[in-house]
Design a protein around this ligand. Structure first.
Ligand code: SAM
Length: 245
């Protein structure tokens, strides 16, 4: 076999021919109910009805809109669907299936979720929520055996320092004008590229995240949903490296 990477269902890839891309969803709106709203009557009623603790539920604007009104950065929080959709897109891509994409979710509360290779996430949202709640509680899933997802407490700069990429490129509507194809090409020229897409619903990256990025590009005149950006940039990156599919 020599320097070939054997991946079930695909032709063998020669190690070194294809650069590994790292994709980080930054400031993802994924967290359990924050303590500031635990005592609200609507929240405690909801928890009592379902016999749940605050750590058993993800903050979700579609259920907790009223409670979120006075929460700091409310417009950037409570959208766990963004993490779900974007992770499904990334892990269904040929790049990931061929073992050439490392995927991380960095969250609003500075937790980092690392996905192992070959992870199949639940497509049903309720099951996804259950998995994330378990991960938040136990720091890895499954608890024993081969780890599929693990959680560390880190901010984005700390994650970047740990991963040591050759370049960190962020995507934002407020970045320098560019397009999917050319950004993908820039990434493909790097030895160890790291791409950052926001996992939040509105607004720019926080200044702390912005400072961790080497370059920031806008790829469209419109503000697109994160999972659309993930799907398109991965597709263009696959084309740039001529990934056989
Ligand atoms: C729902 S958007 C957040 C919206 C925000 N207006 C922004 O600055 O891009 C989620 C993420 O998708 C990416 N994104 C959305 N539209 C984009 C665009 N036109 N150019 C580059 N990235 C974009 C960014 O990474 C953004 O953080």
């Amino acid at each position: 076999m020599g320097d070939e990477v054997k991946i079930k269902g695909f032709q063998n890839l020669r190690r070194g021919c294809y650069p590994m891309l790292t994709l980080v969803m930054a400031e993802t709106a994924l967290e359990t109910l924050p303590p500031e709203i635990w005592r609200r009557r609507d929240i405690s009623r909801q928890l009592a009805e379902k016999k749940l603790k605050p750590e058993d539920i993800l903050l979700d604007r579609s259920y907790h809109h009223k409670a979120m009104l006075h929460l700091k950065d409310a417009e950037r929080r409570g959208r766990p669907d963004i993490a779900h959709f974007s992770t499904l897109e990334a892990t269904a891509s040929p790049l990931y299936l061929k073992g050439l994409l490392k995927f991380y979710l960095h969250t609003y509360t500075n937790k980092v979720i690392e996905l192992a290779d070959n992870v199949r996430l639940p497509k049903t949202y309720a099951r996804f929520e259950g998995l994330i709640i378990k991960l938040f509680a136990e720091k890895k899933v499954p608890e024993t055996g081969t780890t599929l997802m693990q959680l560390t407490e880190e901010n984005l700069s700390e994650l970047i320092t740990r991963l040591k990429p050759s370049k960190v490129i962020g995507l934002s509507k407020l970045g320098e004008k560019n397009n999917f194809r050319d950004v993908a090409s820039l990434l493909s020229l790097e030895e160890k590229p790291l791409l950052v897409v926001g996992g939040f619903p509105k607004g720019p990256f926080s200044s702390q995240v912005r400072e961790a990025l080497d370059e920031v590009y806008s790829v469209c005149d419109m503000s697109l949903e994160a999972h659309v950006v993930v799907a398109r940039i991965l597709y263009e990156y696959e084309r740039c490296i001529s990934l056989p599919c």
